[in-house]
Structures are given as structure tokens and as C-alpha cells.
Design a protein around this ligand. Structure first.
Ligand code: FAD
Length: 365
């Protein structure tokens, strides 16, 4: 069986690798290369965490992804733990704990303050520490998956499918075709996907820590689950202390977007730094990135067949939380394409899922 996979991001790359490992002949193509700067899988780091609002499917896929990232090796997964801070409602964590096998500790504010003197916990009432969580090197991970895929006999080509995709022509290119085109999926398939994958502008800032100081390097991934969710990652291959704002920004075009961060975004990130990490209040900005989420209407992934071509699959809608799940999603999509598993109803783009109000990354489930 020959399978063509379009898109070498976290979703397409892992799908191609699993297909190859299952014995298929696989061609992976990408318009700009694996983990390129326009792709949603580009940039330095992504959080990997088990706490998932009590959603059993995602929690199971995260568990499987932890295993597959660890087996994959190549220093992509970095275990730092995750510090979850809740000023109010902690349901998102509480509902997950009974479903998670790895260790989650509920900490008292006194313990947490002793353990993390870098953090000002004012206003925080509940803290959880998730042991297995950490971060993944994002663009490096995509490149490593692509190189491994090629090393195991897969074929990679730099090639772009013109938008809108000619479905009849695409369907003839291989026995099965998987479009894993991230934020471009709606543009490629305006009739079938259209606005149901809406790319939103997201800004990420990297702040400089003091010289020779490890206190913000030997530090966990953190999530401040306040009314507006912020999160961050330490270290980042020495690029600084990452601060990101999870709320969806304006709608953007991932091809033409000018990726210059806004002064409002920087100010917002600085305010969060000053509030939560006071010693970094005046830290210099080292770098910034403008990326995009590829939001589905309900924040859940989209994995479905094209209604006019049963050998064509549409895979995307990572909605700001897809990277970590690339290994498990790819394994599942490969098994669907090879006829070993049915499509999961919850990920199909059924009429009832289309164009409801999007939620935020952490709140989707
Ligand atoms: C700022 C930010 C922070 C995030 N934080 C997290 C996090 O902490 N944890 C987490 O798990 N997830 C996170 N995410 C989400 C996650 O990164 C994405 O959901 C995931 O990377 C999506 O992968 P993808 O393969 O679907 O899309 P992409 O990575 O965009 O890959 C699609 C690929 O398709 C290619 N392509 C598109 N059109 C064509 C065409 N016509 N022909 C050929 N090739 C084409 C593109 O070049 C691209 O490489 C974050 C995303 C952003 C932007």
C-alpha cells in the first residue's frame, strides 16, 4: 500500500512514521519542511502534561505519547514536572487525577512557597505538581521524526499542494492520502473544512535570566490557571524563560502573517512575570515568536474521511494542544488508514460539531 501524507508537522510526521513502521510505502511532503517557522509545530518548545480536564481519550493518548516520546529518544522530551496554579476552580486538575497513572501531588501553599521561592503565589489557592510532565523540543522533534522516517525507508519531498486541493487528483496520487496540514486545512478544503479550522494569532516571549543562575532553568513547566491562562517553559535551549498567553488572538493567514510580536502582548507577558516571578519583572526580552493555533469549533481534533473520496483523510484541529499527542494520534491515524481501526465518532467533523464557540487550550475538554 502506498500512502501520501501531506504535512510534516507533529500530526503528519508521526502518522508517516507509524505507517512506515507498519510496512506501508510512504511519501511525506511538506511545502516548507518539517517544523518550519510557519507551521504550528515550529518554535522551540511545547508542554506535555497529563492533566486534561478529566477527558479519558486525551489522557489515554497522552499516556501513550509519553511512552512513544521516551522510546523515540533523541532528547526531545525533557521531564521537568509541571506546576499547576489555580486561584479558583481546580476542577480541570481534580477531574483528571483518578484517570492518571503517573504521580500528581497536591501541595499546600506553604510547601510550594518553600519549594519554589522564585514564585509569588499571591491569589493562588490550589497547587498541583505533575511529576511526569515537562516539555518537548518542537521544531527539533519534527525534524528528528522526519529524519527517522527517511532513515527507515520513507520518502520525503519538499512540495506544496495548491489550494484549494483538487480532491479527485489528490485521491489518485496514492492508495490513501492523509492531509495533515494544520492551520492550512480550511484553506485547502474550503467546502469541507473552511472556518472549522480557524488559525488564531498567538504570541510567545522569552525573557533573560541572570547570568550563571539556574533558578529558572531547574524549574518546572508552569500553568497559571487564572481567569486568563498563562503558561511557560524554563530553559528553552538557552533562549530564555518562556511566557505565553493561551487566549485566542485574532484570525490570521499562516502563509502571509507578519510575525512581529505586539507591544500589548509584551506588556501583558511582563505583567504576568512581575506578578508571579517578581525577580524577573525587569528581565530583558531576548526573543519573541508569533505562531498560530489551528482551532476547531470545540477544541477537539478533527480526524475524518473526505466525504467525496473515501481514501482521503483530513487530520488537524490541534487547537493549541496537539503537539504532545502527535505520537499517539499518528499511531491511531495510521491504524485507521490501514483498516485496523474505525474512525472515532468524537473526532469526525459531524454537523453537530461544526462552528460552536471555541474554548481555550486548557479548557477545551
Ligand atoms: C504558540 C503555541 C503554543 C502551543 N503550545 C502547545 C503546548 O504547550 N502543547 C501542545 O501539545 N501543543 C501546543 N500547541 C499546539 C501544537 O503545536 C499544534 O496543535 C500542533 O503542532 C499541530 O500540528 P500539525 O501537524 O497539525 O500542524 P503543523 O505543524 O502546522 O503542520 C502542518 C504542515 O503542513 C504543511 N502544509 C500545509 N499546507 C500544505 C500544502 N498545501 N502542501 C504541502 N504542505 C503543506 C505545513 O508546511 C506544515 O509543516 C501550541 C501551538 C502554538 C502555536
Amino acid at each position: 500500500m502506498h500512502v501520501l501524507v501531506v504535512g510534516a508537522g507533529a500530526f503528519g510526521g508521526w502518522t508517516a512514521l507509524h505507517l512506515r513502521r507498519s510496512g506501508a510505502r510512504v511519501t511525506l511532503i511538506d511545502a516548507w519542511g518539517a517544523g518550519n517557522s510557519r507551521a504550528s509545530s515550529g518554535g522551540e518548545t511545547r508542554v506535555i502534561r497529563n492533566i486534561y480536564g478529566g477527558d479519558p481519550d486525551y489522557i489515554q493518548w497522552v499516556a501513550r505519547s509519553f511512552t512513544l516520546w521516551q522510546q523515540f529518544g533523541q532528547h526531545i522530551y525533557h521531564r521537568t514536572g509541571a506546576l499547576w496554579m489555580f486561584p479558583g476552580d481546580e476542577t480541570y486538575a481534580k477531574k483528571s487525577i483518578p484517570l492518571i497513572k503517573s504521580q500528581i501531588d497536591k501541595l499546600t501553599i506553604a510547601d510550594t512557597t518553600r519549594r519554589f521561592p522564585q514564585v509569588d503565589f499571591t491569589g493562588i489557592n490550589n497547587v498541583y505538581f505533575e511529576q511526569e510532565a515537562g516539555y518537548l523540543l518542537a521544531r527539533r522533534g519534527c525534524a528528528a521524526v522526519q529524519e527517522t522516517f527517511v532513515g527507515e525507508g520513507g520518502e520525503f519531498k519538499l512540495e506544496a499542494i495548491a489550494a484549494p486541493a483538487n480532491i479527485a487528483a489528490a485521491a489518485k496520487r496514492a492508495d490513501a492520502v492523509v492531509f495533515a496540514c494544520g492551520p492550512w486545512l480550511g484553506k485547502l478544503f474550503p467546502e469541507v473544512i473552511g472556518d472549522n479550522v480557524a488559525p488564531s494569532r498567538q504570541e510567545v516571549f522569552f525573557f533573560g535570566t541572570p547570568p550563571g543562575d539556574r533558578s529558572f532553568i531547574d524549574f518546572p513547566v508552569w500553568v497559571d490557571f487564572s481567569e486568563r491562562i498563562f503558561y511557560g517553559v524554563p530553559g528553552n535551549e538557552s533562549r530564555g524563560f518562556k511566557v505565553a498567553y493561551d487566549t485566542r488572538g485574532e484570525r490570521v493567514d499562516p502563509t502571509t502573517l507578519q510575525r512581529v510580536a505586539s507591544s500589548e502582548g509584551l506588556e501583558r507577558a511582563r505583567q504576568k512575570l512581575a506578578q508571579r516571578f517578581p525577580s524577573l519583572a525587569n528581565a530583558p526580552l531576548l526573543e519573541s515568536r508569533v505562531c498560530q493555533y489551528e482551532n476547531s469549533p470545540d477544541g477537539n481534533f478533527i480526524i475524518d474521511r473526505h466525504p467525496e473520496a473515501s481514501n482521503v483523510y483530513l487530520v488537524g484541529g490541534g487547537s493549541g494542544h496537539g503537539y504532545k499527542l502527535g505520537p499517539a494520534l499518528g499511531e491511531y491515524v495510521a491504524s485507521v488508514v490501514l483498516g485496523k481501526r474505525p474512525l472515532m465518532e468524537r473526532f469526525r467533523l459531524t454537523a453537530s460539531r461544526k462552528l460552536q464557540a471555541p474554548k481555550t487550550q486548557m479548557e477545551h475538554a
